[in-house]
Design a protein around this ligand. Structure first.
Ligand SMILES: [Zn+2]
Length: 239
């Protein structure tokens, strides 16, 4: 027997798999029954002592004791697997399994929508030459920073990423931007970290990447190298 049903778009893959298992458990008359799923988390959740997912609770209430749930790795050469995938695609236009949705599914859907909008907004904000544009070259997404736990190092990295450092900007009056004494160009975080020939030996020693995006990116090992590099060239206290 083949059945194909649709679900609200906000449902997770986990919930869709539970709905499919539930449908199979209550519509198949043959016993004993084995329900195969390629989602191991469903089988794990069924074995758990505390089941909080409402559809899973419903499945456990209604399932007959002679039903076994089996995890099979996806695309394991089981011919009916492809058929199930095909039916799942057809299901989008079929009758609804339910119009309700678990609260946790809705929460993760809302989070995803907000994160997508936030990332779109971030990628389209700030003109070339602005601080936001500079920061975007370092971070192309809105995920959390994997920064070191030491507060002073975190502060240094934040200042480098936003360009707020006293070695690049003279905040105490006079000309706003300082100059590199070696190269006679406007001093900047990018110049000190990636380009200034005066620091090339130290840069090589600490393996500082040539691009600012990599040097100040979200890599904890590189961040640690940048901190050591700044200490080595005597600029750590001026960040
Ligand atoms: Zn220079």
């Amino acid at each position: 027997m083949e059945t194909s049903l649709s679900l609200p778009n906000q449902r997770t893959i986990f919930s869709a798999e539970v709905a499919a298992a539930h449908t199979a458990a209550v519509t198949q008359a043959e016993r004993p029954l084995a329900i195969l799923t390629d989602l191991a988390s469903v089988v794990t959740a069924l074995q758990s002592d505390t089941v909080s997912h409402p559809w899973l609770q419903q499945l456990l209430l209604e399932v007959s004791p002679d039903t076994t749930f089996v995890w099979i790795p996806g695309h394991y050469g089981i011919s009916s697997n492809e058929k199930a995938d095909h039916l799942a695609k057809l299901g989008r236009n079929q009758e609804r399994f339910t119009n309700s949705i678990p609260a946790t599914d809705l929460k993760s859907w809302v989070t995803k929508v907000i994160e997508k909008k936030w990332t779109e907004n971030w990628l389209n904000t700030g003109r070339e030459g602005t601080r936001k544009y500079f920061l975007r070259r370092i971070k192309m997404d809105t995920t959390r920073w994997n920064d070191p736990p030491i507060q002073q190092e975190q502060r240094t990295l934040s200042r480098l990423r936003t360009g707020h450092t006293s070695f690049a900007y003279n905040m105490s009056g006079g000309e706003f931007k300082t100059q590199c004494p070696t190269c006679r160009v406007h001093q900047s975080v990018e110049h000190v970290l990636c380009h200034c020939p005066h620091y090339q030996t130290a840069r090589n020693k600490h393996g500082i990447p040539e691009s600012i995006g990599n040097a100040l990116g979200n890599q904890p090992t590189t961040a640690a190298a940048v901190i050591l590099y700044l200490k080595d060239i005597g600029l750590y206290e001026q960040t």
